[in-house]
Design a protein around this ligand. Structure first.
Ligand SMILES: CC(=O)SCCNC(=O)CCNC(=O)[C@H](O)C(C)(C)COP(=O)(O)OP(=O)(O)OC[C@H]1O[C@@H](n2cnc3c(N)ncnc32)[C@H](O)[C@@H]1OP(=O)(O)O
Length: 417
């Protein structure tokens, strides 16, 4: 018998419907402590797929939610469908009652029953998702480069056939999309941007500006067409002594080749009146690190980028390519998705991989998070061994798995979803 004076209604997890949209916006705004303009709300809605959402309901009242996005992401070996997890929120009055846990488990069960074998997300806080089997898979760097003295080294590539063109971003949209589509396959983690995502990238209302200039675009091109582009905003400023103190905040910078890439960096570092270039989201192996004559001027900082979750070990491990041959028995711990727990033989070489249940003795014991962390190719597994997170019973097994799963170029998502 329930003896509480005001018993809590039962919380039910089910997909959301279009009519729940206003409630969702309210829960989201409360949870993220933010107010959204109608334009931003519309952009958010356009990216969502209602049949891939889950809501936590008390009666008809929405108190928590999550969304799955059908993304095509470059994995080691090429672009594949994956599930992007986004818009996770629980009403502040209902937090720490296990609602997120139920949403996460239900989402993973439904992926297990017929979805993609890999889920990825950007975390609002790094301490949340490890408990659900996600591993930190990609890193991003931020640079705060004082432009005074920041020049490219003499070895930086250049191509006299290249020229710059200042253009309104919306007018160059087709060309930007083409450049992005061409570079996407070159880096694990980059994912295809559909029309709604491009709308958001190029959004230029007051909320998108957040106190900065309108979105600017410069393309690098030759007679054959556009070979790269940069998108940025600026924040005007002068010092007390009337010296230029404006900041240029970079969003996208993509080049199809080293010369176009270098020219775009040259340009942003050399704009008149700009005192600093702030590049808040760059890959961990950004080539600019090898191009600045004085690399210390990068003033780099380091953040987590995407977190990855292997939904099904047997489907996910052959879903990507491998850099070198490996044959190992993995003993996986996974309390959230028990179907993954136990021993699996992973056999892979550069032509493909298989992953099957086995009773053979384990070579490596590891939590499922580490498979997610290493999945996109950006982790060396020796560090997890040194941290006591994984163990080998066959000498050399961890090194072999690490070499096989690592990938050149390092993974990076490029744009939060
Ligand atoms: C992919 C994305 O969308 S990331 C965005 C996530 N959303 C936000 O940050 C918005 C603001 N926060 C919220 O909406 C909520 O507080 C959430 C979603 C983070 C957590 O929801 P809750 O329903 O409170 O989580 P739940 O009660 O299931 O907690 C499960 C466990 O995670 C822990 N946990 C929850 N949130 C956090 C956090 N922010 N930091 C550390 N631990 C956390 C809980 O303490 C609990 O631990 P336990 O199992 O050891 O007891």
């Amino acid at each position: 018998m329930n003896t509480e004076a005001n018993p809590r209604p039962e919380t039910v997890i089910r997909p959301m419907e279009d009519s729940d949209w206003p409630q969702w916006v309210e829960v989201d705004q409360e949870a993220f402590v933010d107010d959204y303009s109608p334009a931003r709300t519309d952009r958010f809605k356009a990216i969502l797929e209602f049949d891939r959402t889950l809501g936590a309901y008390e009666g008809d009242r929405l108190v928590g939610a999550t969304a799955g996005l059908s993304l095509t992401m470059t994995l080691p070996g090429g672009p594949r469908p994956v599930c992007g997890v986004s818009a996770v929120c629980v009403l502040p009055s209902h937090r720490r009652r296990g609602i997120l846990s139920r949403l996460m488990r239900t989402q993973l069960e439904s992926l297990h029953e017929g979805g993609e074998p890999l889920a990825l997300l950007y975390a609002s806080e790094g301490a949340i998702y490890g408990r659900f089997g996600y591993g930190r898979a990609t890193d991003s760097l931020f640079f705060r480069i004082p432009t005074r003295g920041a020049r490219l080294a003499d070895h930086a590539p250049s191509d006299p056939s290249l020229r710059l063109r200042v253009v309104r971003p919306a007018a160059a949209r087709d060309e930007l999309e083409k450049v992005f589509e061409s570079v996407m396959a070159s880096r694990p983690g980059l994912y295809a941007r559909g029309p709604a995502v491009w709308d958001a990238v190029l959004a230029d209302d007051e909320e998108a500006r957040r106190g900065r200039s309108s979105l600017r675009c410069v393309v690098a091109e030759d007679d054959g067409g556009v070979r790269g582009y940069v998108l940025f905003r600026t924040k005007a400023g002068v010092t007390d002594h009337d010296l230029p103190d404006a900041e240029l905040r970079l969003s996208d910078l993509f080049g199809l080749d080293p010369a176009a890439y270098a020219l775009l960096w040259r340009h942003v570092l050399d704009r008149d009146l700009i005192a600093r270039v702030f590049a808040p989201n760059r890959p961990a192996d950004d080539p600019i690190m090898h191009l600045l004559a004085e690399p210390r001027l990068l003033n780099a900082g380091w953040l987590d980028d995407m977190w990855a979750r292997v939904v099904d070990v047997d489907r996910a491990m052959p879903y990507r390519a491998y850099s070198s041959p490996v044959d190992v028995v993995l003993d996986v711990t996974d309390t959230v998705c028990p179907w993954n727990a136990g021993r699996w033989r992973l056999s892979a070489d550069t032509s493909g991989a298989t992953c099957h249940r086995t009773n053979d003795p384990a070579d490596i014991e590891l939590p499922v998070n580490v498979l997610g962390a290493a999945y996109l190719g950006g982790r060396t597994l020796g560090a997890y061994e040194a941290a006591g997170v994984i163990r080998e019973s066959r000498p050399g097994a961890i090194r072999a798995l690490s070499a096989a799963m690592s990938w050149d170029t390092l993974p990076w998502g490029g744009l939060m979803f």
